[in-house]
Design a protein around this ligand. Structure first.
Ligand code: NAP
Length: 484
């Protein structure tokens, strides 16, 4: 694997630790080799030491020096800028040497953990230096990180750039949510059981809420985040993928093609509300509290302008025009500096058509719900009504919980472990294809255009649950957001 941007935040915190964890679990072949590429002038040994330190800090599994030593024998570092021809010549020689000395046999994955503006330059260099096309019996793959574009037009341009150099089946777009156990479990839960699917439709489901809430602010990532915002950063990719998995029909099998066909049908059936002003909301965090500490607002963050119009909270209502989902709203929301870090999918059911109890008996009975807890506290909750012990017939909501931690002894691997292994195995079901990416932008673009005309987002205090306009958006439909 060639890791471009090996000195960056993503490589140090996620990619390199996941590679170590795979090695530690015995899942990498002995000849696995890694070439880091970035601008620093490091020797191979400096590189190994620096990666060693970040892996020690961020790996999921226990750090074992002997595993590390064996893995690091296959590490090389190539210094250079992306426009430096000589550096790519050096990269080619390094790879050829590894093919010979470590038996990697011409099978190469290029991981672009770099700002997307450089994808074109790196792809062109790989083509120019004969690194992109495999000889018969070998493979070449390229891995790219979100954001896959800024809107539909730029996503298409990006796909064209990569498509000119790599075959479409060799392009792996990482949406790390798809690597999460709990997300894959949506498919297991829906299609391995007979309990849920009969009620998984508009006859029984009132609405669906998909939430990704973060308690942190933008941290040191002002350069990336400003001008991007919550909808592009999270809704376009993670939340639309979650929605597709929740809403899709059963695929004919679990190969990449069959899954993609079903996800595409969902995305192609999405309809936007006519009044975007009433059925979308966006906000920007102001000063407040997080984790018991006072925190500053978005516009006071380092690197953010005082009048930035970037949203840090976004909520949208989408419809899916299929027989299964007609009339069932899907509410998607995400935000930074909210009350808690939580990602969940809540299927909220209609009330029972008839209650043979007095109104006072059911005062505290809400809607039944299935809540898939994606993170943290991974698992699932089913909420239903139960009689409160006592002489009166009083019915109240109770929860039935499934928690990964108590049902399984093995800890869940990190999403990046699964996804990197899949890249090496050439197994693509958990990677969105360009058609899905483009359809997601097609859904989001009109909302982004609408917001762009409206000036600045609504303010919301850090530590709360978003702007009041988001609450009003649901109240108009006679519903409320869940407070996880
Ligand atoms: N960080 C995250 O949590 C995260 C999450 C999801 C997706 N992503 C995506 O992952 C990618 C990388 O993000 P990041 O946060 O890791 O970025 P980052 O910390 O800014 O790292 C960028 C890397 O690219 C290298 N680089 C930049 N310009 C270069 C050039 N002209 N020539 C050679 N190397 C160059 C840098 O190397 P030098 O040492 O030479 O500067 C550095 O290693 C982006 O596409 C981002 O959107 C990141």
């Amino acid at each position: 694997m060639v890791l471009f941007g090996v000195t960056g935040d993503l490589s140090r915190k996620k990619v390199m630790p996941a590679i170590y964890d795979l090695a530690n679990r015995g899942l990498l072949p002995a000849g696995f080799s890694l070439v880091g590429f970035a601008r620093r002038d490091w020797a191979d040994e400096d590189f190994a030491q620096i990666v060693h330190d970040s892996v020690r800090q961020h790996s999921r599994t226990e750090f074992r020096e002997e595993v590390w030593r064996q893995l690091a024998e296959g590490f090389r570092f190539v210094p250079g800028d992306f426009d430096d021809d000589a550096a790519f010549g050096n990269l080619r020689r390094t790879i050829e040497e590894l093919d010979e000395s470590r038996g990697t046999q011409g099978n190469h994955a290029f991981y672009l953990a770099i700002p997307p503006t450089f994808f074109g330059a790196v792809a062109a260099q790989l083509k120019e230096h004969g690194l992109a096309r495999p000889e018969p019996g070998q493979w070449r793959r390229v891995v790219v990180e979100k954001p896959f574009g800024h809107d539909l037009a730029s996503a298409r341009a990006l796909n064209d750039i990569l498509g000119e150099v790599f075959e479409s089946g060799s392009i792996f777009r990482i949406d790390h949510y798809l690597g999460k156990e709990t997300v894959q479990n949506i498919l297991a839960m829906r299609f391995a059981n007979n309990l849920f699917e009969p009620v998984w439709n508009g006859n029984y489901v009132d609405h669906v809420q998909i939430t990704m809430a973060e308690d942190v602010g933008i941290g040191g990532r002002a350069g990336y985040y400003d001008g991007v915002g919550a909808a592009r950063d999270v809704i376009q990719n993670h939340l639309m993928q979650l929605m597709a998995l929740v809403a899709m029909e059963e695929p004919t099998s679990f190969d990449a093609e069959s899954l993609r066909v079903e996800k595409l049908k969902v995305l192609a059936s999405v309809v936007l509300p006519k009044r975007l002003d009433l059925h979308t909301a966006r906000g920007q965090y102001t000063a407040g509290w997080a984790g018991g500490e006072q925190v500053i607002g978005f516009c006071e963050e380092e690197g953010i302008g005082k009048t930035s119009a970037t949203e840090t909270y976004a909520a949208v209502k989408l419809g899916i025009d299929t027989r299964r989902w007609a009339g069932v709203p899907f509410y998607l929301r995400t935000g930074k500096r909210l009350g808690r870090r939580v990602t969940e999918v809540a299927i909220v059911f209609k009330k029972a058509p008839h209650q043979p109890f007095s109104a006072t008996s059911t005062e505290e009975l809400g809607n039944n719900a299935i809540v898939i807890r994606v993170q943290p506290d991974e698992g699932m909750t089913i909420r239903f009504g139960s009689k409160v012990p006592g002489t009166a017939m009083e019915i109240r909501d109770v929860n039935m919980d499934f928690a990964y931690g108590s049902s399984f002894t093995e800890a869940s691997p990190e999403a990046y472990e699964r996804l990197i292994l899949d890249v090496l195995l050439g197994d693509p079901p958990l990677f969105p294809r360009h058609e899905e990416v483009e359809l997601s932008w097609q859904i989001l673009d009109p909302i982004l255009d609408h917001w762009a005309k409206k000036g600045r987002p609504d303010a919301y205090p850090s530590g709360g649950w978003g702007p009041t306009s988001a609450d009003a958006m649901l109240a108009r439909d006679g519903r409320v957001w869940r407070r996880p």
